[in-house]
Design a protein around this ligand. Sequence first.
Ligand code: KIV
Ligand code: NA
Length: 264
Amino acid sequence: GRRITVRDIAAAKERGERWPMVTAYDAMTARVFDEAGIPVLLVGDSAAMVVYGYDSTLPVSVDDLMPLTAAVVRGSSRALVVADLPFGSYQASPQQALETAVRFMKEAGAHAVKLEGGRRVLPQVEALVSAGIPVMAHLGLTPQSVNAFGGYRVQGRGQSGDELMADAKDLEAAGAFSVVLECVPADLAERVTTSLSIPTIGIGAGPSTDAQVLVWQDLMGLTERPAKFVKKYSNLAEEMDRAVRAFADEVSGGAFPAPEHSYH
Ligand code: KIV
Ligand code: NA
């Protein structure tokens, strides 16, 4: 089978189909999600936290994310792989955005890129779209702006909801193929979703967006203090703790390896 494309994503909205997106940062998880039929995999700059152990997305670099992106592309065969452009790799100019996006496409094999922001990044979105690079936009709680927001808090309440709506419409007009809405009131996300012809992808944005995205470690129960918008579909932290303790016990007690694990 062939890869999902941005045209398939557009067609899904026309048919009123809802779809899931998850993050991935390595080949093996990418393969699991790909084989489960997840149509879009995001190599998020959330790797800053869940892979590299930083406490925000700001420190992660293009060089940090490039090999993860390449691994997710190699590990998947059907999903559209979106590379998140990290903080500082696109804000300076459309030229900088284009150079960064081209690296993700050429060197890592990404099929699309994502960047954060509204009207202030329109020149960047236009430059990428002109170059044939599909762009996923990201509005609401854009974590690369955490210092400007003064923390991780819901965005788009009251008047700023109109600003967000205007940003979304301008991003669509600039050629973005989709837009992530993070931590915004559900009624605002619903209004944006019905106002746009490109799909909205919600995270903490209520039930009305066209798609939903979660960081895989959050949905699997690996994250220590997940946000309110996270639903845990597994208890991986507990399961891994149990398993590694069992291994440790069997090593110290001599039960592992047994004869069937040994070469004779
Ligand atoms: O980096 C990330 O994981 C993201 C998603 C949460 C949308 O940007
Ligand atoms: Na991100």
